[in-house]
Design a protein around this ligand. Sequence first.
Ligand SMILES: C[S@@+](CC[C@H](N)C(=O)[O-])C[C@H]1O[C@@H](n2cnc3c(N)ncnc32)[C@H](O)[C@@H]1O
Length: 265
Amino acid sequence: MSAGNERFSAEAAAWDSNEDVHRASESALQAILRHRPDLVENKKEAPIRGLDVLEIGCGTGLLTLRLAPYVRRIVAVDAAQGMIDALRQKLAKAATEEAKDSEGDCRASIQTICVLLEDPEDPALPAADFPDDAASFAPRRKFDLAISHLVLHHIPDHPALLKTLFGCLKPGGQLALTDFENFGPEARSFHPESRMDGVEFHGIEAELLAQQMRAAGFTDVSVQPEWVMEKAVERFPGEWDAGKPAGVELRKMQFPFLLCRGTKP
Ligand SMILES: C[S@@+](CC[C@H](N)C(=O)[O-])C[C@H]1O[C@@H](n2cnc3c(N)ncnc32)[C@H](O)[C@@H]1O
């Protein structure tokens, strides 16, 4: 993952200049809200009675900032310092804006942490909200909802990640992870050949991930396609056209995205 960290830190400053990442994050938000209509219905009360959310692999906060108005608090975690710095800059800018609109207030509920999260009791995570949580043995905060977007395919060990997320949730807490589906060899085209650093999978295999979620202890597991994203991609490696090597031309391709849901009993 360290090569991936360097890649993402290096790419952080220009991350938001890619229109695809904004479209994908908006679709991820809409998919989550379709399955949690209570978040929309209770948006007004969200700052007081809303959900505590953990986002793993928040990047520059494209999904974090979209979801923030619907929940109480978000702990936004990323292993790449560059990504966390980019999100912190956005939050600082919002805080210094003269007219604080409601979106600005929501941003105050986002806590950013740079950590490669592999342990639900990682001391980098916030302590639980006990009155005496200053005690060094206080367990870490537990969450109502854990989300990630376009992160699973960068993580080599899904059973280990699912075990970590299970440990981060409260009883009754839910997972809502979104990523593109491995629909066959052409799914490789999602990333250009020059940006394969840190790519562990060319998309997610729905049935395999569902099995791994059940094995981790989740119930009500559902791993289903939720939307399709059209994306300009390089020609497929090995695909030669009139003597031109892969990567020299773009073409449009459709990528199905999965929403992976489950509940901690
Ligand atoms: C493709 S980027 C997606 C960023 C963001 N979610 C978005 O859609 O714009 C994947 C991010 O996941 C982060 N990441 C991968 N594994 C992680 C882990 N175990 N803990 C924290 N961050 C992780 C990487 O550092 C990277 O910033």
